[in-house]
Write a protein that binds this ligand. Structure first.
Ligand SMILES: Cc1ncc(COP(=O)(O)O)c(C=O)c1O
Length: 420
């Protein structure tokens, strides 16, 4: 008897012996196009984006292609999504002591980027979309609020119209965290291209990938200028176009190295060409699964713009206990189900709860110049905690076949018949 059979809800044969593939860009990494693009860079012996014996400028090409794809003026390719968020915050002028509003449900990197620029993360509730609740965002605004980071979680865009309206009313900068949603649209606009700036990740589990990588996009020259400098040691040496930088605006400053390399740039170009197909297939599979399960006695995740989503199958059950059992039973049926982030808000991380940073003194949490009274604790965002605890998410990937989608429907029905 297999492990799955032992666990299967009725003690019988599971719907699938093994889960289907849910990797996204990862599914294509050993394709000829990707291999050829990387090999070409290796042969050029010019792996650094700004100079080399036969520089191919693939990172720059990726920046141009992403700008065109999204319809934005500027892209800075960087080494990770976290780097993109940090460049975005630096670009927007967020400083020590400023408050930055983030949703209670996100990956730790959103919080880490705020702390990296010595600003104070302020947690706001998500709503049934599992993305930032515009009302909670507004309620958390204080005189110290400088920016907000709406997170397009798991291929679903936030309610950007409402979020932008609140932000504009209060003069707050919007940095979209689109790490988990490259290629997703909201009311006809690509996510990441709606706020003042947008950050993408190309890490291995994302819609397209270079293993590690990221990009910051913006319409604003001032944001681009500061971000492109920051990722290249303050822009003392070169622009993204390889020329010696003229300090066009503002004071030069000391930056750091968050640059993308040419291997990642070449891979990113090829993967970007696949993005519409990847997102399109995931959207279609997710939609078909949701439609066929629409009669189930569950509450579905709200999708602010179903036209533009990138493929989400997530529903809420009456309580945490039943959600845990439902996930275990689906996994026993060979379906890659999960509770997002183990059913916990981002501030449940002990380092966040205890406000621990590498520094014992100074901003954001131990600052005498800009003291903060913000404290984090379980129960801080009760609505978000409740939704996450009760949510069941099913993995979706671009290689999913219609047969795989049929299996999801059969398995969910089988488990629901026993548990609901
Ligand atoms: C919501 C969110 N923001 C930011 C990041 C950071 O991206 P990276 O891992 O490329 O630094 C991630 C990555 O998983 C993410 O999911």
């Amino acid at each position: 008897m297999t492990a799955n059979e032992a666990l299967a809800i009725d003690g019988g044969t599971p719907v699938r012996a093994t889960p289907y593939e849910t990797g996204k860009g990862l599914c294509y990494l050993s394709e000829e196009e990707e291999i050829a693009a990387v090999t070409e860079v290796l042969r050029s012996r010019s792996l650094f984006r700004y100079y080399g014996p036969q520089l191919l400028r693939r990172t720059e090409a990726f920046e141009k292609r992403l700008s065109t794809f999204l319809g934005v003026r500027h892209t800075v390719a960087v080494s990770s999504g976290t780097a993109a968020l940090i460049c975005g915050l630096v670009g927007l002028g967020v400083e020590e002591g400023d408050e930055v509003i983030v949703p209670a449900v996100t990956f730790i990197a959103t919080v880490g980027a705020v702390v990296a620029v010595r600003a104070v993360p302020v947690f706001a509730e998500v709503d049934e979309s599992l993305t930032l609740c515009p009302r909670s965002f507004e309620e958390n605004i204080t005189a110290k609020t400088r920016a907000v980071i709406p997170v397009h979680l798991a291929n679903v865009a936030c309610d950007m119209d409402a979020i932008m309206a609140v932000a504009r009313r209060h003069g707050i900068a919007v940095l979209e965290d689109a790490a988990q949603a490259i290629g997703v649209a909201y009311r006809g606009r690509m996510v990441g291209a709606i706020g003042d700036a947008g950050a993408f990740s190309l890490q291995l589990s994302k819609n397209i990938t270079t293993g590690e990588g990221g990009a910051l996009v913006t319409e604003r020259w001032d944001v681009y200028d500061r971000a492109v400098r920051y990722q290249d040691q303050g822009g003392q040496f070169t622009t993204s176009h390889g020329e010696v930088r003229e300090h066009a605006s503002g004071e030069p400053f000391i930056g750091t190295n968050l640059r993308m390399n040419e291997i990642a740039g070449a891979l990113a170009c090829v993967q970007l060409g696949r993005l519409n197909a990847i997102v399109g297939t995931m959207r279609e599979r997710a939609r078909s699964i949701r439609q066929r399960l629409a009669d189930l006695p569950v509450d579905w995740r709200r999708i602010p713009d179903p036209e533009g989503e990138g493929g989400s199958v997530l529903f809420y059950l009456p309580d945490e206990e039943i959600a845990v059992r439902f996930v275990a039973a689906l996994r026993a049926e060979g379906i890659p189900a999960d509770r997002l982030y183990g059913g916990q808000p981002v501030y449940a991380n002990p380092a966040v709860l205890e406000q621990r940073t590498p520094w014992r003194t100074g901003c954001p949490f131990h600052c005498t110049v800009h003291p903060t009274t913000r404290r984090y604790y379980m129960g801080l965002c009760p609505r978000s905690e409740d939704l996450l605890a009760r949510g069941v998410s099913i993995g979706i990937g671009p290689l999913m076949t219609e047969q795989d989608a049929d299996d999801v429907v059969r398995a969910v029905r089988k488990v629901a018949a026993q548990l609901l």
